[in-house]
Write a protein that binds this ligand. Sequence first.
Ligand SMILES: Cc1ncc(COP(=O)(O)O)c(C=O)c1O
Length: 306
Amino acid sequence: MTEGKVWLNGSLVDYDNAKIHVLTHALHYATGVFEGIRCYKTVNGSVIFRLGDHMQRLLDSGRIYFMDLGYTRQQLEKAAIDTVNANGMEECYIRPIAYYGYGKMGVNPLPNKVSVAIAVWKWDEYLKGGDGADKGARLIVSSWTRIDPKSLPMGAKATANYANSALARVEAIKAGFDEAVMLNAAGMVVEASAENIFIVKGGVLATPPTTSGALAGVTRDSILAIAKENGISCEIRDISRDELYIAGEVFLTGTAAEVKPVGEIDNRTIGDGKAGKVTKQLKSFFEAAVHGKDKKFSKAWLTPIN
Ligand SMILES: Cc1ncc(COP(=O)(O)O)c(C=O)c1O
């Protein structure tokens, strides 16, 4: 997208005017926190998926970094709705970001003003995988270790975490794969560069705990709730690298990637290389929920925008 409006510190400004100074603190020292949210079309109009939970995570990420955003959760929710409406979007990706701005250089961010912005764009398929929705993505285990929670607070969705993600993602793409799986310092599976990971073994779902260094993904939480509702049991536990290879099914979850089947990891085919039965079920339950077709979740998860 190259036109439309961006919400910047309380006002909707033209796309071309949503600019920052080169001496913005966050640009030099990665002192920003952000979110990724999706707006979906339903038969009753467009809705934003788990808007409150995303804005709460943004505020929590800010709190971890001593960053006072200057807006309440309700004000941020309204700002996101106003931005989608100002751009006339029926379905889109929403990117709120809060960052330490321009003022005083040096590693300490605190003397700088915090800015908050919200941009929207159309983002249909974030993560390519094979030749169709059914064909799984091809993954490689990264040579880069996921940031240890003792080094950075991985409960914050902070820009600082994404240099590590970008190195892993670029490594995977340059090696001819779609996405990277990251292990922690103990050699256990954490997540992909921008998605949480699940395996299915003997009909039981498993995903690594957030203490592994994984982000507490909103999609991950939604899948856990949907699985529970549909009688699919799920374990939150450490997963080793070799367990990935022999899992019956593997899939990734994230706001941008949604539910993405995995067909291959480190050149080993997972299952038959296509979306497995449980993955397909959960993917279709998730799609029903985000499009307002599962009334059990609509009230808690969907915010109408008009
Ligand atoms: C590193 C990482 N893990 C997991 C996720 C999935 O989180 P969510 O489902 O909240 O988008 C994301 C995306 O935000 C991410 O960047």
